[in-house]
Write a new protein. Structure first.
Length: 278
């Protein structure tokens, strides 16, 4: 009986057998499944976290407000309308080759050279009733009430630099310069320091750029104001022949060289040859 039951249990078991499906002889072998590879760029993008270029918060955004132009126009118009025109003599001085000097000798030595020149100019100006409006780094802008004072101050500068030539050369090397003087109406701009604007200021600067090394130039306006007064100093002052020059942005102007008589004119042949070897 036990044997019969065991036989029955065996008969109840279900066996699962996998049957391969026959492949027809005329059919092609199926292609193996291709695995799509991700491009290298995609892999890098997935793995790399790039920094954000945009600001993370609205507080860091660039301001879009404009300056108050109408307020500025109003302030400037008020200053122009409330300041009077003044007739002044304007002098510009300029130290030659200050940029090249600083590059070769250093900023400290360059500052010392500029400062010595500006201080020397300021002292001469003060002795002849002038007012230094501003220092221009390697020169000064000056105003005078009287034309003859401007000429006398410029010649004091020339004589002083020549007289202290050896001492200056020992301290800062050679010191060469240019000076231009004119007269005209200018507008005084209040403030600290005071400033002046006007065509005469521009013309004075242009005259100075036309001067030769160590030369003082005045224009026809200055000449008209001082030529009679020069007779009082005829033993001390030389005036060169008139020369017409085109000044950039100004036009044609007649320029004259003035110089202490004992030093001669820089436009003379002797002075020009001498300057070539300085």
């Amino acid at each position: 009986m036990g044997a019969a039951r065991k036989q029955d249990d065996m008969n109840d078991e279900v066996r699962v057998v996998s049957i391969r499906r026959p492949v027809p002889a005329d059919s092609e072998k199926p292609e193996p499944r291709r695995i799509r590879k991700k491009p290298a760029a995609d892999v890098i993008d997935d793995a790399t976290v790039l920094p954000q270029l945009a600001a993370g918060s609205p507080a860091s955004r660039v301001e879009t407000n404009l300056v108050d132009l109408e307020r500025i126009i109003g302030e400037v118009s008020h200053v122009i309308a409330t300041t009077k025109d003044h007739y002044k003599c304007i002098m510009f001085t300029d130290l030659e080759s200050s940029t090249e000097y600083k590059r070769s000798m250093g900023h400290t030595k360059g500052y010392m050279r500029n400062r010595l020149f500006c201080d020397l100019c300021e002292d001469a100006v003060r002795q002849h009733n002038g007012q230094v409006v501003k220092r221009l780094g390697d020169g000064v802008m000056v105003v005078f009430e009287h034309a003859i004072d401007a000429v006398m101050a410029s010649m004091l500068i020339k004589r002083s630099i020549a007289g202290h030539k050896k001492r200056l050369k020992k301290v800062v090397g050679s010191m060469h310069y240019r000076i231009g003087i004119t007269c005209g109406y200018v507008k005084e701009i209040p403030g600290k320091p005071k400033d002046y604007i006007g065509h005469a200021m521009d013309k004075g600067a242009r005259i100075q750029t036309h001067a030769r090394r160590n030369q003082i130039l005045i224009d026809e306006i200055m000449y008209g104001l001082i030529h009679t007064k020069i007779r009082d100093y005829s033993a001390d002052i030389l005036i060169g022949a008139p020369k017409n020059k085109t000044l950039k942005g100004v036009g044609v102007s007649t320029l004259y060289e003035v110089s202490p008589k004992q030093m001669g004119l820089e436009s003379g042949m002797v002075a020009r040859v001498r300057n070539m070897f300085r």
